[in-house]
Design a protein around this ligand. Sequence first.
Ligand SMILES: [Zn+2]
Length: 174
Amino acid sequence: MNINKKVSKKIFLSIIIFLLTIFILLFLLRLLNHRELDDVTPGIQCDKNLLDKANVLWVIPNFNNNQVSENKEWCNYILSLNKTIGMHGVTHEFQEFGTDKNQEYLDKGIKELEDCFGFKPEMFKPPQIKISKNNVDLIKNNNLELEEDINQMTHKVYHCSDSDRIKNWVIDLF
Ligand SMILES: [Zn+2]
């Protein structure tokens, strides 16, 4: 084997080891971090075992004109689970926060959750993790902690009704 081949073999091996390390670290991080559940709302079926194993529930305030505040029984049930609750869009239209929204729009969602649970949300996760620059400012100006791609990557995030392209059983595995 000549020198060039030896060097390229070494580089190749280093890359493989590097990627494998990243993979294992990410696996461990996701395993140890808290679990989250997206798309929690009265209009979307959600298995009890998903609600149980998640630590953070991301609630859609007004999905398909199903305002959470109008379903007190549901609100009390979610409260009784004693989980951290975050705001997940307002209506959860496709890439809802990819287009600029105003204060009034955001307030509607915040009020829904406040009327439902008795407290204002402190965290926000945009649907499909899509958010425009102006909306980032809007969320931050409202003192909402914004969760984006890094959060989805470093936590096991399940979806009610298994609606995401990454299925819940895959999330369980990795
Ligand atoms: Zn969602």
